[in-house]
Write a protein that binds this ligand. Structure first.
Ligand code: URP
Ligand code: ZN
Ligand code: ZN
Length: 460
């Protein structure tokens, strides 16, 4: 199997030049001008188009038992959605509850992916409890190729860890050279505010924001930073939504904490007014931390440009409007939290980032792919275009004009948060390890070809 992508403008986080890319089997083997390919090679004419490294979504939920229901996608649907949108590798959160056994949970999540995914994948291993058995099992999981953990400071008594557990996880992670990703919100404050609001008869989706204001998130980030400082562990704040939290992370960084920041495409483009839409439509925009005041968006675009925020992820967590979001019709605390966006992250980032002059091409690649690869031990196999890297490539059509609509999406959910939005570019062709898996909005890949990408601890 060989693939030749001809005359495209190759863009990585650091380089930009016109060349051909030749791939043999699963790997890029030559980059240069005027490359020849055997007669049976697949040839893609990329003249007038960009060629980007496959995009990486470092925060996705597919199998997610949560708030009395399950997220809607399977690997079959989610990986097709990812590929059509230009994402060739995703990192899913394994999310056992406090009651679930750790190793068995990892095997359960892995079983949902292997043989069913069309794109490559790996996991952040969720830790929601800590004891000797958990520690031994985490050691095994890291040895098997999973080099990042996930903890929740929110969702008390379900996913959430106590401070003692937080401390133990960070100590173990430091010893193993593992980075810890964290959902940062103060669980006790959320609980108290939820009780107060419901007691005042404030039950609709818009009150979700007021139960989790910026201060509650910023406290979580400061908390994580303090514990990480104690242990010298590398930490990564997932779904950072507001200026207050960003400042808490940057202050920790000033103190020497190895802390990185992820934001989401939703926070860059949607805002708290979406959760105020009438007729319960606002529930489609309920996630945690909540969508924020619109003024935060420019802060995050600027922070991305300056490298203060490393990655743009989705926290893809699809729950249907009918039958799932409406479980919270009488009580916003029962609305399943999550806003789907795996399929649209890259095109919306392009349209609102690059096309509107907020990001240059290198910044687009960096925050959509390269930084995730570097932070989570995938680089240079993923996240760049280089001889020896996996042939995960996105040939980008910047002349395409279209509209997002749930009617045409591959994500298995009954709405799209960006319904009707214009997009000003999309993938023309997407390859995973040398196979063309999507073309002009259509999935043409192979279900089950996606691989678990094993990662070594980084030790930074
Ligand atoms: O609202 C969200 N973020 N749902 C998914 C679970 C999580 O907190 O990441
Ligand atoms: Zn979260
Ligand atoms: Zn999440």
């Amino acid at each position: 199997m060989s693939l030749l992508i001809k005359n495209g403008e190759i863009v990585t986080s650091g380089d930009r030049f016109v060349a051909d890319v030749y791939c043999e089997g699963e790997t890029i083997t030559r980059i240069g001008r005027g490359l020849e390919a055997p007669k049976d090679a697949t040839v893609i004419d990329a003249r007038g188009k960009y060629v980007f490294p496959g995009f990486i979504d470092p925060h996705v939920h597919i199998h997610l038992p949560f708030m009395g229901t399950y997220a809607k996608d399977t690997y079959t649907t989610a990986s097709q959605a990812a590929l059509v949108g230009g994402t060739t590798t995703l990192i899913e959160m394994v999310c056992p509850s406090r009651k679930d056994p750790v190793l068995k949970s990892y095997e359960l999540w892995l079983g949902k992916a292997e043989g069913k995914s069309a794109c490559d994948f790996t996991f952040h291993m969720g830790v929601s409890r800590y004891d000797d058995v958990v520690e031994a099992e985490l050691n095994e999981i890291v040895k098997s190729g999973i080099s990042s953990f996930k903890i929740f400071l929110a969702y008390k008594d379900f996913f959430g860890v106590t401070d003692q557990e937080l401390s133990n996880v960070l100590r173990l992670a430091k010893r193993l050279g593992v980075i810890v990703t964290a959902h940062c919100e103060n669980a006790d404050l959320v609980f108290e505010l939820q009780k107060r609001l419901l007691g005042e008869g404030k039950t609709g989706p818009k009150w979700h924001y007021w139960s989790r204001p910026p201060l509650v998130e910023a406290e979580g980030v400061h908390h994580l930073g303090t514990f990480a400082q104690m242990h010298g562990t590398h930490v990564y704040v997932v779904h950072t939504s507001c200026e207050e939290s960003l400042h808490a992370a940057l202050r920790a960084r000033e103190r020497g904490v190895n802390i990185w920041v992820e934001t989401l495409i939703q926070y860059l483009t949607l805002d708290m007014r979406d959760a105020e839409r009438p007729a319960f439509q606002g529930s489609k925009f309920v996630m945690s931390p909540p969508l924020r005041d619109v003024r935060n968006q420019e802060v995050f675009w600027n922070a991305l440009r300056q490298g203060m925020v490393s990655t743009v992820a989705t926290d893809h967590a699809p729950f249907d409007f009918k039958g799932q979001k409406d479980m919270g019709k009488a009580d916003f605390t029962r609305i399943p939290n999550g806003i789907p966006s795996l399929e649209d992250r890259v095109t919306v980032l392009w349209t609102h980032g690059v096309d509107q002059g907020r990001l240059n091409l290198h910044q687009f690649v960096d925050c959509g792919s390269t930084q995730a690869a570097k932070l989570f031990g995938l680089f240079p196999r993923k996240g760049t275009i280089a001889v020896g890297s996996d042939a995960d490539l996105v040939v980008w059509d910047a002349k395409y004009r279209g509209k997002i609509t749930a009617r045409k999406q591959h994500m298995n959910v009954d709405y799209n948060p960006f319904e009707g939005w214009a997009i000003t570019g999309r993938p023309h062709a997407v390859t995973v390890r040398g196979e063309v898996a999507a073309k002009d909005g259509k999935f043409i890949g192979t279900i089950g070809r996606g691989k678990l990408i094993k990662r070594d601890p980084t030790h930074f």
